[in-house]
Design a binder for this molecule. Structure first.
Ligand code: NAP
Length: 252
């Protein structure tokens, strides 16, 4: 029997790399995002992956429910949930100018989406038969912004700090249900999300504030997620791994 993995935000960037990695590890894949184009998954077809595309908005209850029901309809169970779907503010604005609309948009996708997708899938995992070494694994993609202040995108930082607390809360509640919850904290990764600030980060790499002075690749994150969902990571829950080239190190 194969494990079934839901990857929200799996259409591109980090989520796509995670899905590709889990597909190579023989999981059935369910890819969820707002816009999905079958032609962008030709690589999955060529590799013979078994996958399902479900389009929807993670901030909407009906879309989250559709994601779960289509997953159960095709594969009958969920073993892995990767909460990756996320957005940056449409416009970077100083915290003194940030609008309520932007705050609501970012929090409802990044944090509310994570909170209620996890709730939905955890309840599904709990009622499933245990056929693998545990009932399920959930990985949250937060960010170094969960702990690093950027006053010109405060809503993003708050949304990611919320995900860190959700990781602890669900890990605490779900350990007795035989479900582990982990958090991966990417630093600066080369994806569409960072394409508009490429020059800024190129300069920061040159200035030396990242000990490993290069852009992170989506695969760098995918490899850590692969370890987290594996049977080599069994006695840890509610914890995080920085995938940030050492950016978190405070240095004098
Ligand atoms: N890139 C970085 O440097 C970096 C660093 C730290 C953390 N992260 C986090 O990593 C995750 C992935 O980021 P990325 O860099 O890979 O960004 P990306 O290339 O922009 O991909 C974001 C993914 O999320 C989906 N998505 C966005 N809003 C959604 C919604 N409302 N409902 C469902 N799906 C939605 C997007 O598809 P649609 O637009 O079609 O919906 C896409 O699949 C995000 O949570 C981000 O905050 C990224």
């Amino acid at each position: 029997m194969k494990k079934t993995a839901i990857v929200t935000g799996g259409s591109r960037g980090i989520g796509y790399a995670v899905a590709l990695q889990l597909g190579m590890e023989n999981c059935n894949l369910v890819i969820f995002s707002r816009h999905l184009d079958d032609t962008e998954f030709s690589d999955f077809k060529e590799r013979g992956f078994d996958f399902l595309l479900v389009s929807g908005d993670i901030s909407q209850k009906a879309d989250r429910e559709k994601l779960l029901s289509e997953t159960i309809g095709k594969y009958g169970r969920v073993d892995i949930l990767i909460n990756d779907a996320g957005v940056a503010p449409l416009e970077r604005k100083d915290i003194l100018e940030m609008t309520e609309e932007s705050f609501d948009r970012v929090l409802s996708i990044n944090t509310k989406g994570n909170m209620f997708m996890t709730q939905l899938v955890a309840n599904q995992m709990i009622k499933q038969d245990k056929v693998f070494s545990r009932k399920g694994t959930i990985v949250n993609v937060s960010s170094c912004s969960a702990v690093v202040s950027s006053p010109n995108r405060a809503e993003y930082c708050v949304s990611k700090a919320g995900i860190s607390m959700l990781t602890k809360l669900y890990a605490d509640r779900l350990a007795k249900e035989d479900i582990l919850v982990h958090e991966v904290r990417p630093g600066v990764i080369e994806t569409k999300m960072t394409s508009s600030v490429r020059g800024k980060y190129d300069n920061l790499f040159q200035s030396g504030i990242f000990p490993i002075a290069r852009w992170g690749k989506p695969e760098d994150v995918a490899h850590v997620v692969s370890f987290m969902v594996s049977d080599k990571f069994n006695y840890t829950t509610g914890d995080y791994i920085d995938v940030d080239g050492g950016f978190h190190i405070q240095s004098l």
